[in-house]
Design a protein around this ligand. Structure first.
Ligand code: PBG
Length: 331
């Protein structure tokens, strides 16, 4: 063996740029800023105080009043927006609570807009699963399948109801074919040409939605595989995003985020509109559960998660940690 005394060591040393916090900060490629974060919030009809969601520690079903306080804080923190989900007292086969001007989601939209005005972008979920007694995202045909075109007519009316309540941006999340085009038409017909559409474009049939089902008291039995996408398919996700842009989507979204970061990157490279990603309930709960056991550093895991989603291509991230992350980022 030759003597090692003459080794000079590597000439190229990437570690140089990692030596101090100032250097690392200067060369960081990806930022996470409060304005890029959207807080999803749940508001439930007929309750007097917020109800904890046991599978999502730290997240609650709001009363109309506690919702106002949460969105005021979100605005003060400089978040990009809030995404509202309503939980009605009574559900039926057609999801009629979604169309009622006095329905929980529509009154909550009006409450939130009155509270924060234009300081936040106020968004609402445009889907029937929170309102149907069978828990599906659309209305059912006689054979029990979700009827695409019948559902589109309900979505059109739902969009008009949400716009009448003052929403800035609707978020169709039901994965019906043609939903963006129909919603755009319905909004324009009512003169709401400035209400924009955040399309859940590449939305996968995911096990990670589990805790959300508790959050919205969903009664779904079975699954959503005839309308949400197969986790095996990335090209199909890109195709869905391109179709939605063609139909008039202002922003397209990939959901879930963490198990689909490759899809997120491919969609970002394929479209010329802002791209959002939804860091969903199961992704939140996994981190919270591991942190509760002391298995991971919670705050570091939150910031790493959000950074990764941004790095993969998301301009906007929907996350239950939005307000907390804004606090952490200010430190
Ligand atoms: C459908 C909808 C779902 C989520 C957002 N919108 C549930 C589903 O498609 O099954 C899930 C969000 C989350 O898990 O955090 N209205």
């Amino acid at each position: 063996m030759a003597p090692l005394d003459d080794l000079t060591g590597p000439a190229i040393r990437p570690r140089r740029l990692r030596a101090t916090p100032a250097l690392r900060r200067m060369v960081a490629e990806t930022t996470v800023e409060p304005r890029q974060l959207v807080l999803p919030v749940f508001v439930r009809e007929g309750i007097d105080s917020p109800v904890a969601i046991s599978s999502m520690p730290g997240v609650v079903q709001h009363t109309r009043d506690s919702l106002k306080a949460a969105v005021r804080e979100a605005a003060e923190l400089g978040l990009g927006g809030v995404m509202l989900f309503g939980i009605p007292e009574a559900k039926d086969a057609l999801g009629s609570g979604a169309l009622d001007a006095d329905g929980i989601l529509n009154v909550a939209i009006a409450d939130v807009v009155a509270e924060v005005g234009d300081a936040l972008t106020v968004m609402s979920d445009l889907c029937l699963d929170e309102f149907t007694d069978h828990g599906h995202c659309g209305v059912l045909a006689e054979d029990g399948r979700v009827d695409n075109d019948a559902t589109l007519r309900v979505y059109a009316e739902m969009a008009q109801a949400q716009a009448a309540a003052g929403v800035h941006m609707v978020g169709p999340s039901g994965m019906m074919d043609g939903q963006v085009a129909v919603i755009r038409d319905a909004l324009d017909l009512d003169g709401h040409t400035d209400v924009s559409i955040l399309a859940y474009s590449a939305k996968y049939a995911s096990a990670f939605y589990g805790p959300f089902r508790e959050a919205v008291d969903s009664s779904l039995s079975g699954d959503r595989r005839t309308y949400q996408q197969d986790p095996a398919n990335a090209l199909e996700g890109v195709r869905e995003a391109l179709i939605d842009v063609e139909e008039g989507a202002d922003i397209v979204m990939v959901k879930p985020a963490l198990a689909y970061l490759d899809v997120l990157r491919q969609v970002r490279d394929a479209v010329d509109v802002p791209v959002a990603a939804y860091n969903i309930s199961g992704e939140y709960s996994m981190v919270e559960a591991a942190a509760a056991h002391g298995w991971i550093d919670r705050e570091a895991a939150i910031l790493e998660t959000l950074t990764s989603i941004r790095r993969a291509g998301a301009d906007i991230v929907l996350t239950y940690w939005a307000s907390e992350a804004a606090h952490l980022l200010k430190q």
